[in-house]
Write a protein that binds this ligand. Structure first.
Ligand SMILES: [Zn+2]
Length: 223
């Protein structure tokens, strides 16, 4: 067999990948859905920025939000951006976690503005049970709310994430403290889940399955 068929095969695979929108991780070198990774962009002054919303211009690189891929990122980023990139894994993790936190706050604020939130453990839990809420956001300092039946049910089904404090959740809906918010918009719920998974992934070692991840997120200590 000559090399020609192999080349044709390879280009078909590349084309197929670009159609499906797969990207290569600069850490492990594997291809994956862009949603499963963090997009990093290089600013004009050569600083790495995190582009979680995917709207930033400029040359980008994709990276799994896992300690393993973060540890391997410096070499891949240097190759990708064709200049030396000093990406210390710990600093990279902190920058990604901060960006993910900001994104969650922004998405929840957007959900609040467009009235796509159910407020409080009972109301939000009920909304999840009857299918009108797609994700529950449980404050990390809301241990009591996490033991409400419908909230526990959502946690067990992978329908809950732990994020922020009761005061932070409350400030989004003009209340002093809120333990649980239920997101009634499917796209917003998916985006919040993805951002929380990124923050937890760089902090704790990455979750693979949703249920497992949410359970782990719920068990996270207060920050
Ligand atoms: Zn990777």
């Amino acid at each position: 067999m000559t090399t020609a068929p192999a080349q044709i095969g390879a280009s078909a695979t590349r084309r197929e990948k670009s159609i499906r929108g797969l990207r290569t991780c600069v850490g492990c070198g594997r291809t994956d859905e862009p949603d499963a990774m963090v997009r990093l962009v290089l600013s004009p002054n050569d600083e790495l920025a995190v582009d979680l919303a995917g709207g930033r211009f400029g040359r980008g690189a994709h990276l799994h939000a896992s300690p393993r891929c973060l540890a391997l990122a410096a070499r891949g980023l240097t190759k990708n951006f064709r200049r030396p990139i000093a990406a210390h894994p710990g600093e990279l993790a902190a920058v990604i976690a901060a960006a993910a936190d900001r994104r969650v706050a922004g998405l929840l604020a957007s959900a609040a503005r467009t009235r796509q939130l159910q407020v409080g453990a009972d109301t939000a839990g009920k909304a999840f049970d009857n299918g009108t809420a797609y994700l529950l956001v449980v404050a990390r300092d809301a241990a009591a709310a996490a033991s409400v039946g419908s909230v526990m049910h959502a946690v067990a089904r992978g329908g809950a994430v732990a994020w922020g404090s009761k005061a932070e959740l409350g400030s989004l809906v003009a209340k002093s403290e809120v333990a649980v918010l239920g997101i009634t918009s499917q796209p917003l719920a998916a985006a919040v889940r993805a951002a929380v998974m990124i923050a937890n992934g760089v902090a704790q070692g990455g979750g693979s399955t949703r249920g497992d991840h949410s359970q782990r997120a719920m068990a996270t200590e207060d920050r």
